[in-house]
Design a binder for this molecule. Structure first.
Ligand code: GDP
Ligand code: IMO
Ligand code: MG
Length: 429
């Protein structure tokens, strides 16, 4: 079995993937982002210091790990250098970062069009992060994208931008009635990025495959999550990439046989940021308490996250799509003060149990979650470090979750800090 592991979000994002990566990266040689872009916000707390990573893999917080931004990422050089500068200012080593020459570049018009598209959708808006993610992937699929290999080639970039900006300015002026963007300004700004970027750029497909063949340990860091997948999620309230484990094959150029362990990150309750269905959402005091105790506000946008009970139907679906071997359950401590905890174990539609997640959002809106109710534990778990020391009621909840999802418990976290971790199964990676 290849020494690789993929960490995927099991629901609608913000499950604590950054934190899970931080735990697993201890044993990795290389950490790789393979999808999404700066729409991700991965928060890692080390010795009480909080780091918010958007584009750079969370492995950066350890010295001597290679951090790779692979071809499947839409790459925003502005965010990349902001992140590098802020990490360096805090004393984090950033020398060993590699950026794929095939990654698509996010340009100013992507961000503006993302915002204008949202405005145009009005009440039907997706609630995007406005980082230009959808428009950048659209250009890729329309075969008019500019890739990193073009950006670092002065002549190629100047010519491609000229052609493309004429078209983008037509959209801005004729469709949206906005001012056109200046070619010279974008050219100057991006030539500056290109100059700084050159040393980081390489063929990451060759690099990663050589590393795998040499027996190095590689960790793939999922961004976003299963229910935000462009095909498998609650379309159209999704992102524009494939955050499932299969996304690694396409987003990093890795053959399926070379994917080893798949780890799903499951938050002990559920959240969603942005619009779209969320069957177990709690629009009540319980939901407010989950938001307050769990500090559920977006890392990138600061938006309050919608909150609800954990939905095992969604986790089962994630397990099926990604082949999840182990789960890391995060934020168990947030449930410490709840008298009752609910777990959705099935959906009912017109009184009948259904086994699938309905594709139609109209039908999904009609499903009724079937809950099992668990007694809370009403004590502080944040200082517990061994599974056997967890309160019996917490173990009951976790074991039932493992049973109904068919996924083994791997790691449990009971606080945001690096050490607030309970390892249930040693050496999952
Ligand atoms: P990601 O996008 O999946 O990486 O998740 P985010 O970083 O956006 O959101 C997870 C938040 O929960 C971060 O602020 C983490 O610091 C925090 N967190 C992670 N694990 C735990 C935990 O076990 N307990 C608590 N209380 N907070 C946690
Ligand atoms: P991490 O990696 C939570 C959501 C947005 C919106 C939808 C589309 O931190 O878990 P986009 O900007 O991607 O076009 O927005 O997807 N979204 C996320 N929600 N966590 C994320 O990333 C997200 N990335 C995108 O809120 O609903
Ligand atoms: Mg996040």
């Amino acid at each position: 079995m290849a020494k690789t592991a993929v960490v995927v979000g099991s629901s609608w994002g913000d499950e604590g993937k950054g934190r899970a990566i931080d735990e697993l990266a201890k044993n990795a040689d290389t950490v790789v982002r393979f999808s999404g872009g700066s729409n991700a916000g991965h928060c890692v707390v080390v010795d009480g210091e909080e780091y918010k990573l958007r584009l750079i893999p969370s492995g950066i917080l350890y010295p001597n790990k290679t951090c790779v931004i692979a071809n499947g990422v839409v790459f925003d050089p502005q965010v990349f250098f902001e992140e590098i500068d802020s990490l360096r200012a805090r004393g984090v080593e950033t020398a060993d970062i590699k950026v794929s020459n095939r990654a698509h570049v996010v340009l100013p018009y992507h961000k503006i069009i993302d915002e204008l598209n949202e405005e145009m959708r009005g009440a039907g808006k997706i609630g995007t992060t406005k980082r230009g993610i959808g428009p950048a992937y659209m250009d890729r699929d329309d075969r008019i994208g500019i890739r990193v290999c073009d950006l670092i080639d002065r002549e190629e970039f100047a010519a491609k931008l000229k052609d493309l900006l004429e078209y983008k300015n037509l959209i801005l002026t004729k469709v949206f009635n906005r001012e056109p963007l200046s070619y010279e300004e974008i050219l100057r700004e991006y030539e500056g990025y290109a100059e700084r970027l050159r040393p980081y750029v390489c063929d990451t497909i060759a690099l990663l495959n050589e590393q795998i063949d040499a027996g190095k340990k590689i960790l793939f860091e999922g961004a976003q999550a299963t229910m935000l997948d462009i095909d498998f999620g609650t379309y159209p309230y999704v992102t524009a990439s494939h955050p499932v484990s299969g996304g690694v094959c396409i987003g990093a150029g890795i053959a399926p046989q070379k994917i080893g362990t798949v780890i799903g990150v499951v938050k002990a309750y559920m959240t969603r940021v942005g619009e779209g269905p969320f069957p177990t959402e709690q629009l009540n005091e319980t939901g407010e308490k989950l938001r307050a105790v769990g500090h559920e506000f977006g890392t990138v946008t600061g938006r309050p996250r919608r909150t609800g009970w954990l939905d095992a139907c969604v986790i089962r679906y994630a397990a099926q799509l990604s082949g999840i071997d182990y789960m890391t359950v995060t934020k168990l401590d947030v449930l410490d003060s709840f008298d009752e905890i609910k777990l959705c174990v099935a959906y009912k539609l017109n009184g009948q149990i259904i086994n699938e997640i309905p594709a139609s959002l109209k039908i999904l809106a009609q499903v009724e979650p079937v809950y099992e109710t668990f007694a809370g534990w009403n004590c502080d778990t944040s200082k517990i470090r061994r599974y056997e020391d967890l309160p019996a009621n917490a173990k009951k909840y976790l074991e039932r979750l493992a049973e109904v999802t068919g996924i083994k418990l791997g790691i449990i976290s009971v606080g945001p800090n690096r050490d607030q971790t309970i390892v249930v199964e040693e050496n999952i990676f």
